[in-house]
Design a protein around this ligand. Structure first.
Ligand code: F6R
Length: 244
């Protein structure tokens, strides 16, 4: 795991967007998996802009949505689906065969997990994963206590995720469960970027990179990844004791 530190959110997002765009240049059939949320917002906007302006051929990429709030319709503006559709799939006009997002309204959520795992297998795994970190150390909806060996799964959301998650919604919603790609896929991914910005993330970043590797703090899984990068701005890096 390598830690890369940037002056601010703009520089951090610029780096991530440029790296993803270059990865697509080098491998036009790149399989990209991404989180939604506040952290990757600017990266996604910059990525779409770069792909178009630099006329990079993105017609063969595959996109995978990392997770979803169970029971939320895709039209809900706080859903992950809404984020992926409006910020990436729509602007890039990806064809349905080119992406897979969890259907959080499906009657059989286990089958949704199976479909996701099969989709990832058919694509020979994820090349590049861009994830954020929650205030309880989660990645996707891999909540504290989750096994590092999990494939896609449905999970009860912990108290922190349920309360912090309210920030995405304009109306009150009841957030109880999540459906998410598991850490087995993350550990098998060719490259992983965990991004964090702002002083509110300083403590969780310190735990993730300097604390023990434990399923009680899921983001510590990054320390096990052979090609994992933690991208942080100065504020998120402010509590790190070692120089990075
Ligand atoms: C969302 C997701 C979550 C977020 C995390 C950080 O799809 O996977 O794990 O990445 O909760 O959220 P933000 O970026 O809003 O601070």
């Amino acid at each position: 795991m390598i830690i890369k530190r940037f002056k601010n959110y703009q520089d951090l997002s610029d780096f991530a967007a440029s790296d993803i765009a270059n990865s697509i240049k080098n491998k036009p059939s790149l399989v990209l998996c991404m989180a939604s949320g506040d952290t990757p917002k600017l990266t996604v906007d910059l990525l779409v802009k770069k792909l178009k302006e630099e006329k990079i051929d993105y017609s063969k990429i595959t996109f995978i949505g990392l997770d979803e709030w169970v029971s939320l319709p895709p039209a809900n503006t706080g859903s992950c689906h809404y984020f992926f559709q409006n910020k990436l799939i729509g602007p890039l006009e990806l064809k349905p065969a080119q992406y897979f997002l969890f259907d959080a309204l499906a009657d059989d959520l286990q089958n949704e997990c199976k479909k996701m795992d099969e989709f990832i297998d058919e694509k020979d795994g994820i090349d590049l994963m861009l994830v954020g970190i929650g205030m309880n150390g989660h990645i996707g909806f891999n909540e504290p206590g989750v096994s590092f060996n999990n494939l896609s799964h449905v999970i009860a959301l912990d108290e922190t995720t349920r309360s912090v998650g309210k920030k995405y919604f304009s109306e009150p919603v009841e957030l109880t469960k999540g459906i998410t790609i598991g850490f087995k896929h993350l550990l098998n991914a060719g490259k992983v970027f965990l991004m964090a910005n702002g002083s509110k993330k300083a403590e969780v970043i310190k735990k993730a990179v300097e604390g023990p590797v434990t399923d009680n703090f899921p983001a510590s899984v990054m320390q096990k990844h052979k090609n994992g990068f933690v991208l942080v701005d100065d504020e998120a890096a402010s509590l790190l004791s070692k120089p990075h």
